[in-house]
Ligand binder design. Sequence first.
Ligand code: GAL
Length: 653
Amino acid sequence: MFGVCYYPEHWPQAQWEQDAQMMSELGLTYVRIGEFAWSRLEPNPGELDFTWLDQAILTLNNAGLKVVICTPTATPPKWLIDQHPEILPVDPNTGATRGFGSRRHYDFSSVQYLQQSLRITRALALRYGSHNGIVGWQTDNELCCHDTALSGSSNARSAFQAWCSDQYLSIEKLNTDWGNVFWSMEYRDFTEIELPILAVTETSPAHRLAYRRFSSDQVVNYHTLMVAEIRQHAPDQFITHNFIPMNETAVDNFALAAPLDFTSYDNYPLGRTDLMLTGAPADQLRRYMRTGHPDFATYYHDQTRGLLNRSFWVMEQQPGPVNWANNNPRPAPGMIRFWTLEAFAHGADCVCYFRWRQAPFAQEQMHAGLLRPDNSKTEAWPEAQQAMLEVSKLDITNQTIQSASVAIITGVEGLWVSDIEKQGEAYDFNSVQFSYYSALRELGVTVDFISVDADFSPYALIIAPSLPIIDSAFVEKCKNSSAEFVFGPRSGAKTSEFGYPTDLPPGLLQTLLPIRVLSVETLREDFAEVLTWNDRQYESCRWREQLDAANSEVIATYYNDEPAIVRSGQFTYLGTLTNRAFLLDFLQQQCEHNGVRTYRFDKDIRVVQRGALMFAFNYSEQPQVLPIAANTQWLLGNATVEPHGIAVWRAIE
Ligand code: GAL
């Protein structure tokens, strides 16, 4: 269950056969091709040329390899842009058209581009939809990467007006829902509606929320139609997409994933760690610069698995230095094997390396591959080989993925709300969500990411770190669930149209928790104050709510003895953000109270279960001894886990 990303169009045909031979010798099964090849598939308008692709597929198939083919829609060719310049998106922050010359230069609201995309997709699906050597499809490539979900084009504006008309039915309702009487923002007709961009100062948050919902719908609609087109002509081949995480694209990935057979993720732990820790103290970044932060890769693996609640693929796996972060270090020895096994442990069924050979030309020439441009093998090669042996020996892909006992409720609306109404510079949806995840992972707890629509019954503990918009169906589900719930601050704090609940936050959650949020204050990141819980002192920071908790049990207090965390039955509400020490102690207590096993290993050890296998990953530079029962049945390694090493043992039920 291994593969590679290959670009036959980058190399002379004479090279293909040797490449295919070497791929097969390495033990690869899958080769993903074609996602940027439109200019070669249709060099001139309407002149389709599949001969080279037929030949490439044949060469790969002859070496025993199976092909995953992509729609080439991430890169419309120059002639198409010249024919229809309105395909180009407009940067909503500057109003400038984003030009040709890289990739993703298209607008999800361009009807012309949608038609062109479906046309090329149909042509490919007709040709390859029943081809024996093709196992499946990847749609486009990393939809909305490079900040392309939003567009400020006139196409987007007219589509937004039509969307508003569908959603609100009357302009009066829209004016009321958005609060347009404020600052004389009232519209007389849907055709007057502007995009909430390039205004003098802040536009209405409800208007911006609608624009986010609309933009997400545009992406989902584009993608769903593409999937349907492939499905029609390729009913027996799988369809997947390599997702960019929801917190980066601000698009509803649950909706995007719905028509797919499984989801995929592109795993670049070092690039991601560098970007996420930009601005963090140097020590924090240096510690993980060659391994990636212990929770960054799996944070996205677990979310990717959660989109359809089933196993996923890593469609691109970093094999060495990348070219796109602020700084691009080499992975520590062993990390390619480590990340590969980690992905499988978190539910991957296949890992494909990006890319086969480093390109000696164009934008990514500083990006490593399995081979260097001179065809010599990089350090990733033997590591991938080792990972293949181990994955097969441990039979990981046949381990069923059972539900975890703990779930984090995620969703794009929380992100939209925190982007639109910052209120405090230190409140950030993703860091809030990540802090809970990372604390649970340090406790060795396996975590599922679920949406509000998921089945809650498998879970003992459900955590909603940032869920500002809820509806009564959700509240009913919580009431009928046997799980314990932990709600973070801001839960239920907004109506579906970004209003303040008239009965005060947490709005509809008041049916579960009889509390009222009297006011909210936000503090600078470094201005923490005391939080007292279980007679111990922690920190309350960044976001703090003043709670009227007369009718519930107070379980933690602020420096002035006012309630900070309250409970009512199975529901706990945190009125504040806290520090890691608190999250570790509090979540450990919550887990144990609900029968979920926790571990307190070194902070750089991560433990996860897949089927009958328990895995431990050591992110530190020191050997770590796992305090595990003497009769443990070790399947890989032993209780002393090497630096950047892995141990696997049989889970005892
Ligand atoms: C991915 C992208 C690839 C390549 C790679 C470089 O995000 O899908 O096409 O650009 O990054 O790391």
